[in-house]
Design a protein around this ligand. Sequence first.
Ligand code: PRT
Ligand code: ZN
Length: 210
Amino acid sequence: MKPLKIAIQKSGRLNEKSVELLKNCGLSFENYKSSLISPVSNFPLEILFLRDDDIPEYVQDGIADLGIVGENVIMETEVDVSYLQRLGFGKCTLKIALPNGSEIEELKQLEGKSIATSYPVILDKFLRENKISADIRTISGSVEISPGLGLSDAIFDIVSTGGTLKSNGLKPFADVISSEAVLIGRKGEENHEHVQDLIQRIQSVLRAKE
Ligand code: PRT
Ligand code: ZN
């Protein structure tokens, strides 16, 4: 039988915890930074190391059967995948933040303002739900410096400790979604024997941590 494929982040905030989780499940594999694919020697599984942004689509399209990625990335890419298990790491909140001196006090005062973000889909949905029409400026990184440069009135970005907001003269204003790393799977494959086996191993690792 063909081995399953699980996609995890190649490098970045979720890489180490994803590798640790799989190792704690008893899976034996090499974690070379240079390789994009690593076979597991004691389970019918291969590990694909990818940019996190690509993981949801790879799983939706069946290039990978499973993936470990932040919920924020899944929501932003609007893919159709199964949520199999919350993993308890990579926790963060996506927030709208304002410059310290901003006169904005209520959500509706964002009407007509510009908001810089790397998450335009999630922000657009939130603004629509709140019947606010604002100018979403999509930028790929360093969103926090945008108000200081006069490029936007507000930002919408990932926050964990809030230190980055603070050091850029920004303050949290509205929480939009909270996120953590989750195990996702291709639709229709949830009951595959090895998928179930892996979910059970992951659940017992998580239980042992409680
Ligand atoms: O290279 P690749 O595309 O794979 O990685 P990436 O650079 O897109 O993502 P990465 O590694 O930065 O983050 C991966 C995932 O970790 C995100 O999609 C979130 O689900 C999750 N996560 C958890 C975070 C944070 N916490 C976080 N703090 N992602 C980003 N941040 C940023 C935050 O925006 C700020 O700029 O880290 C900075 C520090 O945050 P504070 O609030 O602690 O100062
Ligand atoms: Zn990314």
